[in-house]
Design a protein around this ligand. Structure first.
Ligand code: NAP
Length: 285
């Protein structure tokens, strides 16, 4: 049996859709914070079990009979070290044989602040004694989707990534990689550095928005402080604004770049071109 945590999230749902092509629904456990959000998964024949990272009591029964577990990193940045530790502890008690974890590209040396919790979780996996495989995910191309319409409206795409090259891929690409690792044999001990086949600077990203929209859009590079202030001014919560600005600065240090093509090799096809994600975002806005 294979369990997916965060199964009602965007990545979790895409992993499940991919897994269902080769695994029977009854052999998949959707481990979710809120079972009421997973009625559709239950209707498709999956076992839905509550697994709230922040409530360890809910985790005890969630992984019974599970052989392989995909731990999708929590979206609650700042709480993740303890939350992931609770999942790992519950998995050990349940006798899980393999944990796959969605980490961050080059987590061991990433300049991004987000790397701290991922490094801690990788260390917790190492200490757990449970065999594990790490999916070090790069940026989703969709991360910029919400900034595209404002960029078209104002003619400016702002960031703090300088000339850093970003090798993003579509969320679906990462989902297929996770599903592949869950169905393949002999994955214990592997660390995958996952990123898109092609990379771009944010200057090139802005130029693509302009080309796809037919409007004039250029990139404006800001200091970390100014970009944080701009994001807060746009209504983002303080912590999220700081995290996004810090991530851009990490990108300026090539923290989101990789040219190993590990992701396309794992999924057996080229990664989704980032330009295609920009086009689709504009088309559907
Ligand atoms: N590589 C990247 O560019 C990138 C970008 C964004 C996020 N991420 C990371 O990758 C993860 C998956 O991405 P995504 O796009 O699927 O994000 P998402 O759509 O926001 O999904 C996050 C999932 O985490 C679950 N979750 C949050 N807190 C939880 C808790 N206390 N207990 C159990 N589950 C909890 C959410 O449950 P609910 O459905 O109940 O809300 C949701 O299912 C994110 O959580 C984040 O760690 C990576």
């Amino acid at each position: 049996m294979i369990a997916i945590t965060g199964a009602t999230g965007q990545l979790g749902r895409q992993v499940i859709d991919t897994l269902l092509k080769s695994v029977a629904a009854k052999d998949i456990v959707a481990a979710v914070r809120s079972p009421e959000k997973a009625a559709d998964l239950a209707a498709r024949g999956l076992q839905v079990r509550q697994a709230d990272y922040a409530q360890p009591a809910t985790l005890s029964g969630a992984f019974a009979g599970v052989e392989k577990l995909l731990l999708i990193s929590s979206s609650e940045v700042g709480q993740r070290e303890a939350q992931h530790q609770a999942v790992i502890d519950a998995a050990r008690r349940a006798g899980v044989k393999l944990i796959a974890y969605t980490s961050l590209l080059h987590a061991d040396r990433s300049p991004l602040g987000l790397g701290v919790e991922h490094r801690a979780t990788e260390a917790a996996l190492q200490a757990s004694g449970i065999p594990f495989v790490i999916l070090r995910n790069g940026w989703y191309s969709e991360n910029y989707a919400a900034s595209i319409a404002p960029a078209i409206a104002h003619g400016v795409f702002a960031g703090a990534a300088g000339e850093g090259r970003i090798a993003s891929a579509a969320r679906q690409d990462y989902a297929e990689a996770a599903a592949a690792v869950l169905v393949k044999e002999d994955q214990a001990g592997k660390i995958y550095e996952l990123a898109g086949d092609s990379a771009y600077t944010l200057t090139e990203f802005a130029a693509q928005i302009a080309a796809s929209s037919g409007k004039s859009v250029s990139y404006q590079n800001l200091s970390e402080a100014d970009f944080t202030a701009l994001l807060k001014g746009a209504g983002l919560p303080d912590g999220l604004a700081a995290m996004l600005a810090d991530s851009d600065v990490g990108a300026s240090q090539q923290g989101l770049f990789d040219d190993s093509h590990t992701l396309s090799t794992l999924i057996g096809r080229p990664t989704t071109p980032w330009q295609q994600t920009v086009e689709a975002t504009i088309k559907h806005s």
